[in-house]
Design a protein around this ligand. Structure first.
Ligand code: SAM
Length: 252
């Protein structure tokens, strides 16, 4: 019995089956590759160009040397943001954390097609792979992260932000962008990044981190944060992106 292909596998097959002439037209052109996802009849859970634009603006302001994303899926955001990083600075690196190896395989293919070569996909649950990643980038003298894009499962936003805080990957200057603030919604995350240090201290002491009890988070990190609503002019669909900047550490 043959198994039914998933939407993602069908998309992968569709891209590989494109005529050579078409592939030659889009090869090395990130915008043209992004259109393949955007024009595919079955929608994907990608950031998309409209919310993506808000984050691109912040990336241009920050000009990050090291950026990570939690949740890479089929590579759309890695092509959009990694491609921008590549344009700004040839030495900049984009690390895409993705739990699903099948998605990572498709993303690798799409990144190659787009000619975005500064992206490394790290396969596995981010809370498991981040500590090893941190060891590696510390060796490379990169720390903390300049820019973080959070876009995996919404119930993991706060736990994995606490992992990032505990691993000292967030410090004054780090910018964090989080997707899907209205849909499906990440109210716990918005509450967390708006907490005062005192509130955060109490929260972190009383709420064991499901991603690992050692990852309590850092109460003394001060954030400045803003929810930016975005409406897709074609579909009328509204969502928001949370842009959070680490502005200071309180000494405790
Ligand atoms: N950022 C992508 C884009 O805009 O193209 C979309 C990401 S999609 C909304 C969420 C992805 O997060 C899925 O591919 C899922 O497999 C991945 N994911 C879920 N939990 C994860 C975890 N703990 N660590 C890494 N990836 C995870």
């Amino acid at each position: 019995m043959t198994e039914e292909l998933t939407k993602e596998q069908k998309f992968y097959q569709y891209v590989r089956d494109l005529p050579e002439e078409k592939l030659n037209q889009i090869r090395g052109n990130p915008q043209a590759v992004l259109q393949l996802y955007d024009n595919y009849p079955e929608g994907f859970m990608n950031i998309g160009l409209y919310k993506g634009e808000v984050i691109l603006k912040e990336i241009k302001k920050k000009n990050p040397e090291v950026m990570i994303e939690l949740g890479g899926y089929l590579g759309y955001s890695a092509i959009l943001f990694g491609g921008q990083l590549q344009e700004l600075n040839k030495a900049a690196k984009y690390y895409s954390f993705e739990a699903n190896p099948d998605y990572a395989k498709i993303a690798t293919h799409m990144l190659e097609l787009a000619g975005v070569s500064n992206v490394e996909i790290i396969i596995g649950k981010a809370s498991f792979t981040l500590p090893e990643f941190r060891e590696r980038i510390f060796e490379d003298k990169y720390s903390p992260l300049n820019f973080i894009f959070i876009d995996h499962w919404k119930d993991l936003y706060v736990p994995d932000l606490r992992v990032l805080e505990s691993l000292n990957l967030i410090a004054p200057g780090t910018v964090i962008a989080a997707d899907n603030i209205y849909h499906p919604g990440a109210p716990d995350y918005v509450t967390y990044v708006n907490m005062s240090p005192e509130e955060k201290n109490i929260f972190n002491q009383h709420n064991k981190n499901p991603e690992g009890k050692q990852y309590t988070g850092r109460w003394n990190i001060l954030y400045k944060t803003e929810t930016i609503p975005v409406t897709n002019p074609k579909s009328g669909f509204s969502d928001a992106v949370e842009i959070t900047k680490c502005v200071d550490f309180l000494s405790g």
